[in-house]
Design a protein around this ligand. Structure first.
Ligand code: MG
Length: 351
């Protein structure tokens, strides 16, 4: 099999501010895995907090390509991914880009959508939330108007303008809100006070209220919170889940954190046995990685897969959001087709 890959930069429609800072673009790498003329597509997206970059992903993929070249078929996905995972620690987005391409390739070879390969029922896919970054009231209201088709809003808070953000949203819409603090609340007492206030504002759940390593604070909040608490930064891979029981009510699974679909599916199974709820999320990424993640959403309680809607230059056509509902298609694999590059919108670095 031949693995090829290309770095791109995605540009946000609006600069995106969360508790850690503001960004106007994000690096991704698109992979192609070819076997006897059939091509599977994959993607790595690298948010700053995970420490990967164009350079680190390309270096890892070069190493993985040499191994994949020794294989004649993509069958035995778990064994292939185990070898790739063992090549180096970390590099979870780079590994996900291979996992996604492998699943897409296998689905195409079997002429089957991945959701079917996972045993999912496509009509069970949930609605996606639509994310609002931290903003001034005027811009926030404009973004809420742009999100009219979506039934659930996801709001980023940072511990500073929180009440103003929520009050601004509530001045124009009653839609349910999911809140993501991105570790931005500094004390557990403040977190509890905020959660109790949010409880009265039709908020569904609160994601990553406190710093990711503060397990004691998470447990303290879990015992008192009137709203469900989800872990995001606190959970990356399968091995992180067991320690979160009695600290969170649910987990946010993202392909870029957990090395891809194979491990994400295992994480869903483990979460269920531990009575943890499941949210499937994404980074800032194209319809390639988001359509891959969407294949597993029939198993999830919530989905936050709005990545492609926040960027100007999507590189793929994939799953659709019809009135905010994730709508899986019947195309084989992850259900995507590449969009011809429009040149001026896509910046392509040489490796
Ligand atoms: Mg989050």
């Amino acid at each position: 099999m031949k693995l090829s890959f290309e770095p791109h930069t995605l540009y946000f429609i609006h600069p995106f501010r969360i508790a850690h800072g503001v960004r106007s673009s994000t690096p991704v790498v698109i992979t192609q895995l070819e076997c006897h003329g059939v091509i599977g597509y994959g993607e790595a997206s690298m948010p700053p907090y995970l420490g990967e970059s164009h350079e680190s992903v390309l270096a890892f993929l070069k190493k993985a390509a040499a191994y994949l070249e020794t294989l004649s078929t993509p069958e035995h996905i778990p064994a292939i991914l185990k070898t790739i995972d063992a090549m180096e620690p970390g590099n979870t987005a780079a590994k996900a880009s291979i996992d996604i391409a492998l699943h897409d390739l296998c689905g195409k070879r079997e002429n089957t959508p991945c959701w079917k390969m996972f045993g999912a029922e496509k009509t069970q896919a949930p609605f996606t939330t639509f994310t609002l970054g931290i903003d001034e009231p005027v811009m926030l209201k404009q973004k809420i108007a742009e999100a009219e088709a979506f039934r659930v809003l996801k709001v980023k808070l940072n511990g500073i303008d929180d009440r103003q953000m929520i009050d601004t949203i509530r001045s124009v819409t009653d839609k349910p809100i999911a809140v993501d603090v991105n570790q931005g609340w500094k004390t557990k007492e403040h977190a509890l006070e905020m959660i109790e206030w949010l409880k009265e504002k039709n908020v569904l759940f609160v994601e990553q209220a406190m710093p990711k390593d503060d397990i004691d604070a998470a447990h303290w909040l879990y015992e008192r919170s009137p709203l469900p608490l989800y872990a995001d930064e606190s959970v990356q891979r399968l091995s992180d889940i067991a320690q979160l029981k009695d600290c969170y009510h649910g987990i946010n699974i993202k392909l870029m954190k957990c090395t891809g679909l194979h491990e994400a599916n295992e994480m869903i199974r483990l979460a269920r046995t531990l009575q943890l709820k499941v949210l499937i999320g994404c980074m800032s990424e194209t319809s390639c990685a988001v359509s891959a993640a969407a294949q597993l959403t029939p198993f999830a309680d919530h989905a936050d897969l709005d990545g492609p809607m926040l960027i100007k230059n999507d590189l793929f056509k994939g799953i659709e959001f019809i009135n905010g509902k994730i709508t899986l298609n019947d195309l084989p694999g992850i259900g995507v087709l590449p969009v011809a590059s429009s040149g001026h919108q896509v910046s392509c670095m040489s490796s």
